[in-house]
Design a protein around this ligand. Sequence first.
Ligand SMILES: [Zn+2]
Length: 241
Amino acid sequence: MTTGDTLLELQDIDIALMRNKNTLDTMPGVRELAKKRAQYRTLRAEAQKLLGARKDLEIEIADLEARRTHTEDMVTETQTGAQNLTDYRAVQDFETRLSDLGKELDKIDFALAKKRPELDEAQKQERKVLAYMKKFEAAFKAETAQVREHAGDLLSEREKLEKRRENLAGALPADVVERYERARKQFKGLAVEKLVGNHPTVCRIALQPSSMGDLKHAGSITECPYCHRMLVLESSSDSEE
Ligand SMILES: [Zn+2]
């Protein structure tokens, strides 16, 4: 293979690599999966918040129920202790104490009547989100497997192309690679053309006989006088390497 042929193949490989990257980047599944991953994170955060709220309510209700039991015990205790009261003031104190405990019980019951339905609602919401997450996880897993399979082909193709590219670039003189890299940026990929007859393959502007004469003295890789891409001269393939 001549330097020109190697250069042309290097360009073909680079174009194939660009296509491969493009296909991978724009694969519909890839973007969808990224979106779904973000959605899942939001769901998980929501479930975490609901779990926290539910636990808070459970603790509050347990506290209220403990307070209620304790207050009831105190009512019993007060009543037992008051059975033999005769002193007027002591009876009055007893009644005040009992009334206070009754008010405390009312307060606790009022709070419980408010908190219990709140807990029911929190549990319902939490179950709903957890069930949705489970379904979401199953769908996500299936889609990920599908996309991986498809992307896998593209990734192994990319690996092969990259290996070939390394070999080709290694076989070329450093200054040619350098020129090529510069031209590749400038011409967005299509940096090299080949002279067929008196037509360069990319810009296709017929070279004048005078230019053709100049090219005879150029090396195997020169520059197109029109578009300034790297120009591989067809004749070089017989004379070099
Ligand atoms: Zn040209």
